[in-house]
Design a protein around this ligand. Sequence first.
Ligand SMILES: [Zn+2]
Length: 238
Amino acid sequence: MDSLFCKAIACPDPSLSSAKAIEENGDNAPSGTGRRKRSIGEISKFWKPGRTLRIAFVNEPGQAYRDAVKAAASLWLPWINLTFDFVAGKQGEIKIFTEYDQTYSLMGTDALTVGPSDATMVLGLKIDDPHFEAKVVHEFGHALGMHHEHQHPDADIPWDLPKLYAHFAKAGESAEEVDRQILYKVDRSLMLASRYDRKSIMHYPVRQELTIGDWSIPQNLKISRKDKAFMRKAYPPA
Ligand SMILES: [Zn+2]
């Protein structure tokens, strides 16, 4: 039975989260005016365009694993105005831990809210996972501040809710976590005016048996055209 594909984790302290987000990048503050006014507390968590992100491992996964993560994460680089520096030590803005059976990442600048020896991203992935690259790209999407695409306010997935909850309950996931990672919709302003995109690398695969009618989405393997456009808005060239 599958556990959740991945969890996007928010800092549990909203005031610390927003202070760090705005200190890093003033454009993360809610704009506060007009039609696109955000709900209270809805801030974006993008890094400051132009900066270098140091990426470290808090355990030693081996050179082949390091190289595979670097290759996958770097697939974002053509679309973002950021530099990745994969460092040898354990200190960085993004700190990866690989010895666990789940996969998740803090959202963007929430990585600045953890302690110096705490991981910000957990990759419970074997290097021979056939979807290793896609899953690492997805986690780095969160680390760059992207939300789950299946939680887009216009996502029209006809979930069979009793089956959905039962499926993940068998894997030990609470209904609250299913709500948080799958069903809750993200505030529209945080989607940067991107339309709902079934091809996004940030979309969960959707199994037909968990939906009503003939509706499914495979594991998306590539950064989609709209993913690229989103990142260009979040991290515009200087
Ligand atoms: Zn995710």
